[in-house]
Design a protein around this ligand. Structure first.
Ligand code: HEM
Length: 203
């Protein structure tokens, strides 16, 4: 299978980045929601420790999404994607392009907002990236006075939550779109993102 995209399908680089990012984003949504909704503030020490480990894992996975998403965006700039199939209505084309654009924005903006959130935390906890090295905080936030950080925290936390919920809404729309192509239109749109599948060459 080709490394680069062709007119008819995605190459191995684009497919690998797509499925790795998808898996990491879904995992992080689950970890984030679990941390926010199932661990009470007054949880016993054992559970607090578990919550801390969950959020450290969440940070490492999220920062990986940031790196992979920047790589994906750069790859897309130098290696254009196969076009949407002929015969799609203009309205559906707009929906498809808008969904893809917003998903690109979110996979960059969600981890950036999380990074900003922990950088501006008054607790100053380190981010040991999968226990391998310490991921730095954003200096322009980490160096702010404690009172300013305290004032910023709710806005940054809300931004991270709203962006994450936008992804929770958009991802099912994206998946439904892929299933619509596969089972109703019966074209190659989903197949061209799945390794090892055969797709028709454009005329
Ligand atoms: C694709 C990447 C990411 C996704 C999908 C994601 C998703 C989420 C979600 C759904 C929540 C729960 C929000 C709520 O219901 O209040 C959350 C919380 C949180 N996230 Fe992320 N996140 C990502 C990346 C990051 C990164 C890179 C960091 C930091 C380096 C981070 C730090 C946090 C923290 C500290 C919380 C807890 C906030 C609080 O306790 O109020 N996240 N995230």
């Amino acid at each position: 299978m080709a490394i680069a995209n062709t007119r008819s399908r995605y190459g191995t680089v684009a497919m690998t980045l797509h499925w790795l990012i998808a898996l990491a984003v879904l995992t992080n949504i689950c970890l984030g929601l679990y941390h926010a909704d199932f661990i009470p503030d007054n949880a016993p020490p054992d559970m607090q420790k578990f919550a801390f480990q969950i959020i450290q894992l969440h940070k490492s996975i999220g920062l990986t999404v940031l790196v992979l998403s920047i790589a994906r965006l750069l790859w897309r700039l130098v290696n254009p994607i196969p076009p949407l199939p002929d015969g799609m209505s203009p309205a559906l084309r707009v929906v498809a392009h808008a969904t893809h654009f917003l998903l690109y924005v979110l996979i960059i903006a969600i981890p950036l907002s999380g990074w900003a959130l922990v950088s501006a935390s008054r607790l100053g906890l380190p981010t040991p990236y999968f226990g391998i090295f310490h991921w730095p905080n954003l200096w322009f936030l980490a160096d702010l006075p404690g009172a300013t950080k305290h004032a910023l925290h709710p806005t940054l936390a809300l931004t991270h939550t709203v962006l994450a919920w936008s992804a929770i809404v958009l991802i099912p729309i994206h998946v439904l779109g892929a299933l619509y192509h596969q089972f109703l239109r019966r074209d190659d749109v989903l197949k061209r993102m799945i390794p090892g599948t055969k797709v028709a060459e454009p005329a």
